[in-house]
Unconditional design. Structure first.
Length: 122
């Protein structure tokens, strides 16, 4: 994200403004992700049923085309591919461990604090 203090110079007020801008940006990203998850959950069963019907050999070509047309009518954000794994604490999208749903930074922090057992520090 573009930050003002890199262009103007560093001052505490400008860095606070940049921090607030990053937080508001993160909130909107998290809200979009929640919306995508809700849409996926809403349309998941319908899409699976239609895809299983499409894969059958008993349908005519016109019926398959019609089912494809109906499948394309669903929102793009209802697709599983659009959902991004994020850290449940920070919202960080990169380096998220699926089992714990934590980013590598938060996972290390929680392990060192003793909240997650089974890890040994070398």
């Amino acid at each position: 994200m573009f930050c003002i203090h890199k262009v103007i110079g560093s001052s505490p007020i400008i860095s606070i403004i940049c921090f607030i801008l990053k937080l508001t940006n993160m909130k909107s990203v998290l809200e979009k992700d929640k919306k995508r998850r809700k849409l996926f959950k809403k349309y998941e069963i319908r899409k699976k049923i239609m895809k299983s019907i499409l894969s059958s050999d008993n349908l005519k070509l016109s019926e398959k085309n019609f089912l494809n047309f109906l499948l394309k009518k669903y929102p793009k954000n209802s697709s599983l591919v659009r959902i991004r794994n994020r850290c449940i604490i920070t919202g960080r999208p990169n380096a998220v461990f699926r089992k714990y749903r934590l980013s590598r930074i938060m996972l290390k922090k929680k392990i060192l604090e003793g909240y997650i057992s089974g890890f040994v520090k070398f």
